[in-house]
Design a protein around this ligand. Structure first.
Ligand code: G3P
Length: 478
């Protein structure tokens, strides 16, 4: 009680000189559960300086040694899964089992990254000059990959651990240093995760974790001249960051409005299972959640009936009880979701369930007969509310999907694989899932969004590549 979790700088746990803290509100109780340090700009400067120095030595550390330390951190992280998961339950109301899965998945991701890194970074390319017109075989070009320097990692509240290590792992194996700014909700879970890296024995200053208010250190971090790469996952803030950041590589995963297109010949039980899991797991607070169902008119009645039957079975309550639907992350988020629901009500959407809210807890809700003039047809609620738009042709569905500002993922359900492939080609999203709900994982698959959904591509291999630069050395023969 009253304890303020320390931040991590120069390999040590420190109190901020600001003397201030930032409260972390438990979404379930809506009371302050933890407090973290409100770091100052001077403390950010210090972290950047040490990150720069530590990186130079780290880049010279043999690749196998970097991998060995990452494997060690992965093992320690898995050993600490229970206390970290407990933080996730209290800070972001993630259902208990999912919280444990997030930590285990993170350990696996780190190990996979270490293995992938030793392979892809351990080999380069060799070119000769005589393939280009007019050249003799007089120049040999050696191509290798070098680190970028200091990587700033900013993960979101919905995966404070997993989306942190998906940045930290690739950055470190590639020889970069890391400055982590965790989301406030989830900061203690992230600090605990950083502690696992500390226990693994990484060099001092290579990894730092600063906490604090976005208004105080957010822009200061993202615009800091010491940062050589930003990897960000989150909402609109990413668009603002991309406008302010310097001439450095950016990796951004922002929002999504993932569409689920359902054709007449689809297996409706399969669709139902995927809509419920895809739309409502972690109460819809995933960028890859199914956020709009575009169903052919002729099968929509049957589909909605099946989905309603499954929605009725979802348990609603506290994350400690491992309920399916748990309180959304904050009061402002709940208010935003409610705004979308009210707008849909006013414009005549069919409520398949009664709208019910207690504090931050919102009961799962399917909205049928949603039309394009409703906000929920386009905006992402990041909550357990799912709109269904009835379509009369596949083209109508594709058009809706492509008219969105977002272009993260989408899915199509049909037994006709030829049609599915054509629809996949026509959908302007980073990924199209055929006969399954959108998802980022497995974590080595490429993951990217078009338009406002992001910049660059993630997934273990792509992130490692993205956090390196090509270096060439040319040998000129006499
Ligand atoms: O919302 C973050 C996004 O990366 C989702 O990941 O694993 O739930 O598909 P996942």
């Amino acid at each position: 009680d009253g304890e303020v979790f320390k931040y991590y700088s120069e390999g040590e746990w420190k109190k901020s000189s600001s003397g201030k803290s930032v409260p972390i509100i438990n979404p379930t109780t809506r009371k302050t559960h933890f407090k973290v340090q409100a770091c100052t700009q001077e403390e950010v400067n210090k972290v950047m300086d040490t990150a720069k120095i530590a990186q130079k030595l780290w880049a010279k550390t043999p690749l196998w040694k970097r991998a060995e330390l990452l494997h060690k951190a992965a093992a320690i992280l898995k050993e600490h899964k229970a206390p970290i998961a407990k933080c996730l339950v209290k800070e972001i109301a993630k259902p208990a089992k999912d919280a444990v899965s997030e930590v285990v998945r993170s350990g696996d991701l780190i190990s996979y990254t270490a293995e992938e890194g030793v392979r892809i970074l351990g080999e380069g390319k060799f070119l000769t000059s005589d393939s280009f017109p007019g050249n003799e075989r007089s120049k040999y070009c050696l191509v290798s990959k070098i680190p970028l320097g200091v990587v700033l990692a900013i993960p979101p509240f919905n995966y404070p651990v997993n989306l942190a290590v998906s940045k930290i792992g690739p950055a470190l194996i590639a020889g970069n240093s890391i400055v982590l700014k965790p989301p406030t909700q989830g900061a203690v879970a992230a600090l605990h995760m950083v502690h696992c890296f500390h226990l693994a024995g990484f060099p001092k200053g290579l990894i730092s974790c600063v906490t604090g208010k976005g208004s105080e250190i957010g822009d200061f971090l993202t615009m800091h001249p010491g940062v050589n790469c930003i990897s960000f996952t989150g909402g609109d803030t990413g668009i603002a960051i991309s406008k302010k950041a310097g001439m450095i590589p950016l990796q951004m995963e922002l929002g999504g409005k993932d569409a689920c297109i359902v054709l007449e010949d689809a297996d409706l039980d399969l669709v139902t299972a995927n809509i419920v899991k895809g739309g409502f797991s972690y109460s819809g607070q995933r960028c890859t959640a199914v956020k709009v169902v575009l169903a052919m008119e002729s099968i929509t009645d049957a589909l909605v009936e099946k989905v309603n039957a499954k929605v009725a079975k979802l348990s609603v309550g506290p994350p400690e009880d491992d309920c399916d639907i748990t309180p959304v992350v904050s009061e402002s988020s709940a208010n935003f979701i409610e705004g979308l629901v009210k707008d849909a009500k006013q414009k005549g959407a069919t409520f398949c369930q009664e709208y019910k809210r207690e504090g931050n807890l919102i009961w799962p809700l399917l909205l049928d007969n949603v039309r394009p003039d409703m906000r929920i047809a386009w905006e992402e609620p990041f909550g357990p509310v799912l709109p269904v738009i009835r379509i009369n042709s596949v083209e109508e569905g594709i058009h809706h999907c492509n008219a969105s500002n977002f272009g993260l993922q989408g899915c199509v359900f049909t037994r006709d694989i030829d049609k599915a492939m054509l629809i996949s080609d026509a959908m302007e999203t980073g990924t199209v899932q055929i006969n399954s709900a959108p998802a980022r994982g497995p974590d080595h698959f490429p993951f990217q969004g078009l338009r406002d959904s992001g910049i660059g591509s993630q997934g273990v291999t792509n992130s490692i590549e993205m956090m390196t630069k090509i270096k060439t050395t040319v040998i000129n023969l006499p």
